[in-house]
Design a protein around this ligand. Structure first.
Ligand SMILES: [Zn+2]
Length: 333
């Protein structure tokens, strides 16, 4: 998980607490103006707190009696406060800090120092928004993957039927997700013509990993080059641009969709190679999806890029009749 994310989330918590405190001050000033006696009560309660610690410090042997009377005084004041609030139609918790998470009081950590569930949720949400995958794609996942739409008839001169082939790809993909934390250097290359489920399966993998709290970035090769060019050639680098650029290298899984649709030139070759290579060196995983076949890839990219891709990736070919024309599916695969 990227350190910047965590720092940003902690800053958000800090801001939230600041806002909660400012809002409380504002509410107090309003209420005190309306019912001045409430300010007197609050001041008294605050002073009693100081008294209490003084009593315990100066009379450590025999403070119980005094503490009891002090406590009685506080209770009385609190009671009076509650009555005044009720009489003036002010909610009882109006003069308390309003944290949005009562488990951690917007600190992000619970009492035992563990990440609060709101913190974990934020990490997942952040990962989702960074991934470029919208929440609507949540319904493209391993559970909704319908293997039955793949033909079980022999296809051209392939050994496996499209369905058998897809079962194999599915099991490799699920293994990829399940063993994602293992340092096994596994990368995937999905290749084959459009309409055979590559995008759907990319989404399944992305979703499963996002739900595990991983940072997944899903970009087309075209968009990646745009980010790289902008980063290289712009003098003023906005924080967003910096983050998009760094994420290409730092995210847990980079999905490069549609490799081969971008214009390839020397710049492209070097940059695509640079990202893929950098990630391999850092033990970060990459999933590439392309409509090119292996010969096209070798022709389109320099030897360095193609040998990297072929050497360090599990190559999975999608083949079969185009699913988008099948009557039993209207989904855009
Ligand atoms: Zn919380």
């Amino acid at each position: 998980m990227n350190k910047n994310f965590i720092r940003n989330i902690l800053l958000e918590y800090e801001k939230k607490r600041d806002i909660a405190e400012k809002e409380l001050l504002y509410r107090k000033s309003q209420v005190y103006e309306l019912v001045p006696r409430l300010k007197e009560i609050d001041d008294k309660i605050a002073r009693i707190g100081i008294d209490l610690s003084r009593v315990i410090l100066t009379n450590p042997e025999n403070y119980e009696e005094e503490v009891r009377t002090i406590k009685e005084r506080t209770d009385k004041l609190k009671q009076e406060k509650a009555i005044l609030l009720t009489e003036n139609n002010i909610p009882l918790n109006f003069l308390e800090l309003n944290y949005s998470c009562s488990h951690c009081n917007d600190t992000g950590f619970n009492k035992s120092g563990q990440k609060c569930k709101c913190f974990k949720q934020k990490l997942i949400d952040r990962a989702y928004s960074m991934s470029n995958i919208s929440h609507s794609l949540k319904n493209e996942n391993f559970q909704t993957f319908n293997i039955e739409i793949f033909s079980n008839e022999k296809f051209e001169d392939e050994n496996l039927t499209p369905k058998e082939n897809m079962l194999n790809i599915l099991s490799v993909s699920e293994g990829f997700v399940n063993n994602f934390d293992e340092n096994n250097g596994e990368n995937l290359l999905f290749y084959g013509t459009t309409g055979l489920g590559k995008t759907f399966l990319c989404n399944c993998i992305a979703k499963a990993l996002l739900d595990k709290g991983k940072i997944v970035v899903y970009q087309t090769a075209f968009k990646i080059l745009e980010i790289l060019e902008e980063y290289k050639f712009s003098r003023e680098k906005t924080p967003e641009l910096k983050m998009s650029y760094e994420l290409l290298f730092d995210c847990d899984l980079l999905i490069i969709d549609d490799l081969g649709t971008e214009l390839t030139n020397t710049f492209t070759n070097i940059e695509i190679f640079n990202i893929i290579n950098n990630r391999i060196v850092q033990n970060k995983k990459t999933l590439v999806s392309t409509n090119l076949d292996l010969i096209d890839i070798a022709d389109t990219y320099s030897h360095r890029v193609s040998s990297r891709i072929f050497g360090k990736f599990t190559l999975l070919e999608f083949y079969g009749p185009d699913l988008r024309w099948e009557s039993n599916t209207n989904r855009n695969y």
